[in-house]
Write a protein that binds this ligand. Structure first.
Ligand code: 5GP
Length: 193
């Protein structure tokens, strides 16, 4: 997606070789027009697959997942929570997710009420790095008996191996911008869509 790559080049900041900061347009301040276009692109890519629900993880996946859910005909969006709230008194599905950026491990949870065997779920996230977050969401789908149509990631850092790991599990992975290196503060892209 050219507009996305141009924006990453213009406003993305490399924090060493492993982390890209996109706070000014994607996950702190949000460029609503760009995020809407991202949602439309995911809707185009995953059209005709019978997707009836979007699943993401709080917090930075939510705006992108919302735009995608709207573009797919206002289907429901469910976001996994990083801690089970006291109001979640009924059953829930959980999965362990390691964060390499924060150095933490969390148990993400989704209420049993909002995902089940009748669902065909599209996973959406802002970044795909080691594949931990998406792997956790995939595990929740499996526990719920839901089918998973694939993962839409806005930015994939290919060299961290997440896409490869998830594809090896049979998951369809589609990333709108694929980064092959952040060496020396220089952002290098793979030539894709
Ligand atoms: P993974 O679980 O694939 O290792 O990492 C994906 C999650 O970590 C995403 O939900 C995202 O919030 C965060 N993340 C991973 N890499 C980056 C990065 O380079 N920049 C930012 N801002 N977040 C990242």
């Amino acid at each position: 997606m050219e507009a996305l790559k141009e924006r990453i080049i213009k406003d993305g900041k490399c924090l060493g070789e492993d982390v890209l900061k996109v706070d000014s347009f994607l996950n702190h301040q949000i460029d609503v027009a760009l995020v809407r276009a991202i949602g439309e692109e995911f809707a185009r890519i995953f059209a005709g697959q019978g997707v009836n629900k979007i699943l993401t993880i709080e917090a930075s996946g939510i705006p992108i997942a919302y735009a995608t859910a709207a573009a797919m005909g206002n289907i429901p969006l469910v976001f996994a929570k990083k801690t089970a709230p006291s109001t979640m008194t009924d059953g829930f599905y959980s999965a362990e997710v390691r964060s390499f950026t924060k150095g933490t491990v969390s148990h993400v949870v989704v209420s049993e009420k909002y995902i089940g065997p009748e669902d065909k779920v599209l996973l959406i996230d802002d970044f795909l790095a080691h594949g931990e977050a998406a792997g956790g969401l995939l595990e929740i789908c499996a526990k719920a008996g839901a089918e998973c149509a694939g993962l839409g990631a806005v930015i994939e850092k290919k060299y961290q191996g997440g896409a490869e790991r998830l594809r090896a599990k049979g998951l369809r992975v589609e990333s709108l911008a694929v980064i092959t290196s952040l060496k020396d503060g220089h952002i290098e892209f793979e030539q894709t869509r």
